[in-house]
Design a protein around this ligand. Structure first.
Ligand code: ADP
Ligand code: MG
Ligand code: MG
Length: 487
């Protein structure tokens, strides 16, 4: 079944020679001029390069695109409500899960409990979210891969790659012989840079302080390669909202900031300026914490008066186990009572199973062993490279104690259709190979334990990867940023 309304866009058949001599310089130079950039592994600061990108926008059905966008504020609401920990629902779930993943989920959970003991002084929290989808080839429905509540990336580069593709089209570079636009269909540009920055700016505005201005702290990884994506938000914050930012690693929090013992206000030592918001682009994986002091620093941040984007509970709400539990209608109903809204959300679900001693869990265990080819097995981790696919599932499960299976979820594989209607540019190479695309929809929500103050859609992202690789991390080296031509 095809729900799409328009005609599938034709492919610009440009010769390899012309791609090499005309389009590659266009793309590289546009990219470097405008910051569609990334660092290579083991870089020096002067070595920013064109980010892995596609030459053309990838054809994407308009209806599916709009379907994914249309549920974003519902997802924002859902995850904000969960994060408010209504009746202790999230605490109970995460508490149970913590013992199965003591290395990370457990540690974050204990950090949260410690923070609660010491006192959490800031009731406001900012969620900057991204819900990721693959297009199911049979139904043309956008099916959710996962919901990210921490360190969502590519909001900056997504805007730029859309602008690049639109530029190349409108200036006629895709039709060298006539110089006329090649695509008649819409090539939208994601407003994610501006919209995510708006979210941060609104949170800063709501922050109570006697200071005339405050700082945003970007909490970043040491050696981060995706700096230009982050910087796009930083520069937007300054240009549009006159908000200054500093970049700090978790480790540097202990050295370069200080917290007032009485007020819990956080200050940047070098200038004495107050930090109103900590934006986490790190802290989502155990590798981000190199020593006990780093964990202590995360705890200090949680107790500080600075707004966290996200706070620990909001981060923990994004674990895969919670995604799985929320596909149970009775549970979803506690947070989203409206039947139509729940139905809209459920349209984006595929089957997710627990691997525990419940009836459903027992069934799922059997399926995982008998027909693993239909599934992906996921632990409670973020950032790519953690999942176990298909035939590797039984081998993996048998290698661990069955009591620990509960720490994983089993998810039905979504089957998108690969396309060769694009060319992937990586460094000096351009390659036409079958690719798969994952659509991400951004959103933000500002809330406290009582209410939601803002709930907004914040743009989108298309990432594509070679269809032979199971995972699609751009920074990890097997994916690229892309945009869409809608049909
Ligand atoms: P992470 O938090 O590490 O990004 P994801 O759940 O996004 O974990 O999984 C990583 C990648 O694995 C996805 O980008 C996608 O390419 C693939 N993947 C995950 N779940 C599915 C699924 N149900 N069907 C098909 N591919 C999937
Ligand atoms: Mg992902
Ligand atoms: Mg993720």
């Amino acid at each position: 079944m095809s729900n799409s309304s328009g005609k599938y866009p034709a492919f610009p058949e440009i010769s390899p020679d012309e791609i090499e001599s005309v389009l590659m310089p266009e793309v590289s130079q546009w990219g470097l001029t405008n910051g569609l950039a990334m660092y290579p592994p083991n870089f020096n600061i002067s070595q920013g390069q064109l980010a892995p990108t596609t030459l053309y926008p990838t054809p994407f059905p308009r209806q599916s695109f709009e379907q994914a966008i249309s549920v974003q504020t519902l997802y924002n609401e859902l995850y904000a409500k969960i994060s408010q920990d209504q009746d202790g629902w999230l605490s109970k779930r995460i508490g149970e899960l913590a013992e199965f993943d003591p290395e990370f989920t457990g540690k974050l959970w204990n950090l949260y409990l410690d923070a609660k003991k010491r006192g959490i002084s800031q009731p406001l929290a900012l969620g900057l979210f991204r819900s990721d989808y693959l297009l199911d080839a049979e139904t043309y429905l956008a099916k959710q891969v996962e919901f990210n509540t921490v360190s969502v990336s590519f909001g900056g580069l997504s805007t730029k790659v859309g602008q690049l593709h639109r530029f190349l089209n409108e200036t006629g570079k895709y039709s060298l012989d006539t110089g006329a636009p090649f695509y008649q269909q819409e090539i939208p540009v994601s407003d994610s840079t501006a919209l995510l920055s708006n979210g941060i700016a609104e949170a800063v505005k709501k922050f109570k302080t006697a200071e005339t201005h405050t700082l945003v702290a970007f909490l970043v990884q040491k050696g981060e390669r995706n700096v230009f994506d982050q910087r796009a938000l930083e520069y937007e914050l300054f240009q549009k909202h006159k908000i200054k930012s500093v970049r700090l690693t978790i480790h540097e929090i202990g050295i370069k900031t200080t917290i007032d013992a009485a007020t819990k206000r956080l200050y940047y030592k070098a200038t004495g300026e107050e930090i109103s918001l900590v934006y986490f682009r790190a802290g989502y994986s155990p590798q981000d914490f190199t020593c006990a002091q780093d964990w202590e620093n995360r705890l200090v941040l949680e107790t500080s008066y600075a707004i966290k984007a996200p706070n620990l509970l909001t981060q923990l709400a994004g674990v895969k186990k919670i995604q799985q539990i929320l596909t149970e209608d009775a549970i979803l109903k506690q947070f989203i009572p409206n039947d139509n809204d729940r139905e809209k959300l459920a349209t984006s679900f595929v089957k997710l199973y627990p691997l525990d001693d419940s009836e459903l869990g027992k069934q799922a265990k059997k399926m995982a062993l008998a027909s693993p080819g239909r599934f992906v097995l996921k632990p409670q981790r973020e950032g790519g490279g953690n999942n176990i696919y298909k035939s590797e599932i039984p081998v993996f499960l048998k290698s661990i104690d069955e009591r620990d299976w509960s720490g994983y979820i089993l998810m039905e594989l979504i089957k998108p259709e690969p396309t060769t209607q694009n060319i992937v540019i990586r460094g000096n190479e351009n390659l036409r190979e079958p690719i798969l695309s994952e659509l991400g929809i951004f959103g933000w929500v500002l809330f406290d334990d009582k209410q939601l103050y803002f709930n907004e859609y914040a743009g989108w992202l298309l990432r594509s990867k070679s269809s032979t690789s199971d995972e699609g991390g751009v920074a990890a080296g097997f994916g690229c940023v892309d945009s869409v031509v809608l049909y």
